[in-house]
Design a protein around this ligand. Structure first.
Ligand code: F0G
Length: 361
């Protein structure tokens, strides 16, 4: 791709529009993590850190396209249900596009940074007495009744923008290793990214830019308390059973009804990938592992690394694989989770000798 635009818009040839409502999203880092690579025991490991987007998550890639489409359609009000990141991105891109935004959030289950973003960018925030899946049911009804334009990942234009994650990963691996990755491991909530990456790779195969057997194995990771996709993959089911009760510290992926499952399940199966669930403790450990390499992510993001470690330990991932892990959101999205996982601040007196004494203890 040698498009005129930057970031996501460098891939305009693969997108439904030539330009979007933009704050320069995309072109995120593909970090080397040598210690983690050796510790987990794979040939190569890279971290595609989507937390480095303007609002701190991959949602910006979808919103730059989706909000531009909404603007072109001339719709009045944009809306989404959200575990937090979608609402932050919709609020930011909606205000950049000069449009009104409405977000439905599960009360008490959204991380502080995300609500702060939606609030300051001027979204109308409805705190719903129910979980994310209930919020999404309601937003779909509002959209059907013509009350709002839906910008969840059910909106296909969002997924068009998110395809560029996959394109950037392939380009990054080709530049550094002269080959595409064997596997991409990603956290799964509504399975939008899983669907978007699969679509991107199928399109590359269709135009002859990628061989069928080169398509990376799409490997999804969910939290144990919210793992309906994992259940479906393990049972070889064609449909996903909705989980009514979900719980995890990784609130971003606290989802029981992955609405993109019909597109994502074939993606996992046909690429030879798999899905696995991890405990909240394993997620926090992986968050610390990444932080130890200088990479700050929110809990849901660390699920990818936790899942890779588990799959490698079980021998499902081989030691000769080149792997990309997707980290979907920034550490500052959930400051409470970060502080709970990290070191305690130590109270000291305001004088050097007292501090030296404290340090020598
Ligand atoms: N990671 C983070 C940080 C997320 O915010 C989300 C989804 C996911 C992973 C899951 O991605 O749906 O493509 O499988 N967050 C949505 C939201 C639901 O409302 O912010 P997916």
């Amino acid at each position: 791709y040698e498009g005129q635009g930057q970031g996501v818009w460098r891939y305009a040839d693969a997108l439904p529009l030539e330009e979007g409502v933009t704050t320069q999203e995309g072109a995120t880092p593909l970090y080397e993590v040598p210690r983690l690579e050796e510790d987990i025991g794979v040939e190569a490991l890279r971290i595609k850190h989507e937390g480095m987007n303007p609002t701190g998550s991959f949602k910006d890639r979808g919103m730059t396209v989706g909000v531009a489409v909404a603007k072109e359609l001339g719709v009045g009000r944009l809306a989404c249900a959200s575990t937090g990141n979608t609402s932050a991105a919709l609020a930011a891109y909606g205000s950049r596009g000069g449009m009104e935004t409405l977000v439905l959030l599960p009360a008490g289950k959204v991380a502080a940074g995300k609500i702060a973003q939606a609030s300051l960018h001027g979204a109308r925030i409805l705190e719903v007495d129910g979980n994310f899946d209930a919020c999404l049911d309601i937003v779909q009804e509002l959209a059907q009744q013509g009350e709002a334009y839906l910008l969840n990942s059910l909106n296909p234009f969002r997924l068009e923008g998110q395809k560029t994650i996959g394109l950037e990963i392939l380009e990054g691996f080709l530049a550094d290793y002269d080959t595409v990755p064997d596997r991409i491991v990603l956290p799964v909530g509504n399975a939008g990214n899983t669907s978007a990456l699969y679509k991107a790779f199928r399109e590359l195969v269709q135009v002859g830019s990628l061989e069928e057997d080169e398509v990376p194995k799409l490997t999804g990771v969910q939290a144990e308390g919210a793992a309906p996709m994992v259940e479906a993959v393990e049972n070889g089911a064609d449909e996903v059973r909705r989980w009514e009760d979900v719980e995890t510290r990784a609130t971003a992926i606290r989802i029981g009804n992955p609405v993109n499952a019909p597109k994502a399940l074939p993606g996992i199966r046909e690429t030879g990938g798999t899905a696995i669930s991890v405990s909240d403790e394993e997620i926090t450990d992986a968050q610390r592992d990444l932080a130890g390499e200088g990479i700050g992510v929110e809990p849901a993001s660390a699920a990818s690394v936790a899942g890779l470690r588990k799959l490698r330990a079980e021998g499902i991932v081989d030691d000769d694989e080149r792997v990309a892990c997707l980290t979907t959101g920034h550490l500052l999205k959930d400051p409470d989770a970060a502080a709970a996982a990290g070191a305690e601040p130590e109270p000291v007196p305001a004088e050097t000798d007292g501090i030296l004494e404290h340090l020598s203890e």
